[in-house]
Design a protein around this ligand. Structure first.
Ligand SMILES: Cc1ncc(COP(=O)(O)O)c(C=O)c1O
Length: 417
């Protein structure tokens, strides 16, 4: 005889079976087919993306069996392949293992995490820092820890996707001002003055245009309305400012006036993200940032690589100077062909081409000449502003930059005809 629990379970299971009349109506969509349709639609719009395979990191690599100059990486200081950085990563993996094991709140921090956080706080001139497994995770942890339903996040229109996602996740109301439009920012803050918490959220350097946010004005306006300011300095850290600290230093502002977020994956050539600020803010994030609390700590090799890279960048300003020499040379060489970047504020050289087809043709032409620079299309950038985004780094030689510039000028000529 079946016991009562088993009978109940069977009865419940039976009740959950669709009746034959329901079964005729309920059809489960074929996932493969649904995915295929979406992919076909992306392909039809020429928006389908597939990463290329490169044989190596660094300024040159093979793509499809051919050696190419790489102008696609955010490894701005060329530190991802620096021998001191690579050996720091190898030593840390040897000493601590390949992974951190669990969330640091569960299995504990490693000394390398603490050393890295102290170094980052020193770099940014703040009391404390916290590292996450990526910059994306840092934003997803930070913003929902600051904001909730009833609060308002005020974002620049061109903010990075991770900031937009983080604001949406927080449940706060999202208000958007036109790119760099501080008049509109002020009118939004005035209208939202009675909201709970008010936070202005902006990139320091905008990743696809390469321009710098008007931080002094943003800060003045935010302070007038009692709003905090979050700056995502993923592309300014290590490259901008008198000593390479980033956009806040570039403007001579006080780090303590901002909530600073950045990444270890660009100028510092490693992996991971971070937030810097007061001791209290960082302690709060250790408790409230879900991407920190519920995610395995940064891999020891990544932490050690980032630490070595930050130290190198601080001790050897000539690395940053080499980056800027290369950036200036490239721009000088392509200007006579009428190729003017969207902005010259930062190291990012973004050439707007316009249509998706033309931007792809430009990038294909470059690749045929042995130069890899990606075409950036919607939804990453607004429709009609597809572009080629060019990143020379400190690891490129003068000859590399000359070769790249010649190929860019030729590609521009060939897509005209
Ligand atoms: C402005 C900005 N914020 C955050 C991120 C995310 O950083 P990560 O690549 O370390 O996840 C990026 C990376 O593309 C970025 O450009």
């Amino acid at each position: 005889m079946r016991d009562a629990t088993a009978v109940d379970t069977l009865a419940t299971a039976d009740a959950m079976q669709p009746k034959s009349s329901d079964a005729a109506r309920i059809t489960r969509p074929d996932l493969g087919l649904a995915a295929r349709r979406e992919l076909d639609e992306l392909a039809r719009q020429r928006l389908l993306r597939e990463p290329r395979t490169l044989s190596a990191a660094g300024p040159r690599a093979e793509i499809e069996g051919r050696e190419c100059l790489i102008l696609a990486s955010n490894d701005y200081l060329g530190l991802s392949t620096h021998s001191a950085v690579v050996s720091a990563a190898a030593d840390a993996a040897g000493r601590y293992g390949a992974g951190a094991g669990a969330s640091r709140l569960v299995s504990g921090s490693l000394p390398i995490h603490e050393e890295l956080e102290a170094e980052i706080a020193g770099l940014k001139g703040t009391e404390a820092a916290i590292v996450f497994s990526s910059g994306y995770a840092a934003n997803l942890g930070l913003i929902p820890a600051l904001l909730a339903r009833g609060d308002v996040a005020v974002c620049d229109k061109l903010n990075h996707a991770s900031l937009i996602d983080a604001c949406r996740l927080s449940g706060a109301r999202l208000r958007v001002y036109g790119h760099g439009d501080t008049t509109r920012l002020e009118s939004i803050l005035r209208a939202e003055a009675s909201a709970g918490r008010l936070v202005v959220v902006t990139d320091g350097v905008f990743s696809m245009d390469g321009d710098v946010a008007p931080l002094p004005d943003v800060l003045t306006i935010a302070q007038a309305y009692g709003a905090w300011v979050v700056v995502d300095d993923a592309h300014g850290t290590g490259t901008l400012g008198r000593t390479g600290v980033g956009t806040v230093e570039h403007f001579g502002l006080d780090a303590a006036a901002f909530i600073n977020m950045s990444t270890l994956s660009k100028a510092f050539g490693s992996q991971g993200g971070f937030v810097t600020g007061s001791t209290e803010l960082i302690a709060l994030l250790r408790n409230r940032a879900r991407s920190f609390v519920y995610s395995t700590g940064l891999a020891p090799a990544s932490a050690a690589a980032a630490l070595a890279a930050i130290r190198l960048a601080r001790e050897q300003p000539e690395i940053r100077q080499r980056l800027w020499r290369n950036v200036r040379l490239l721009r000088q060489r392509i200007a006579p062909a009428g190729l003017l970047p969207v902005s010259t504020d930062s190291q990012i050289t973004s050439l707007i081409i316009g249509g998706v087809e033309q931007a792809l043709a430009f990038a294909d032409e470059l690749l045929r000449a042995g130069v890899f620079a990606p075409a950036i299309r919607p939804p990453t950038v607004p429709r009609g502003t597809s572009r080629v985004r060019i990143s020379v780094t400190a690891a490129h030689t003068r000859e590399d930059v000359e070769e790249a510039a010649a190929a860019i000028c030729e590609a521009a000529e060939s897509i005209k005809s």
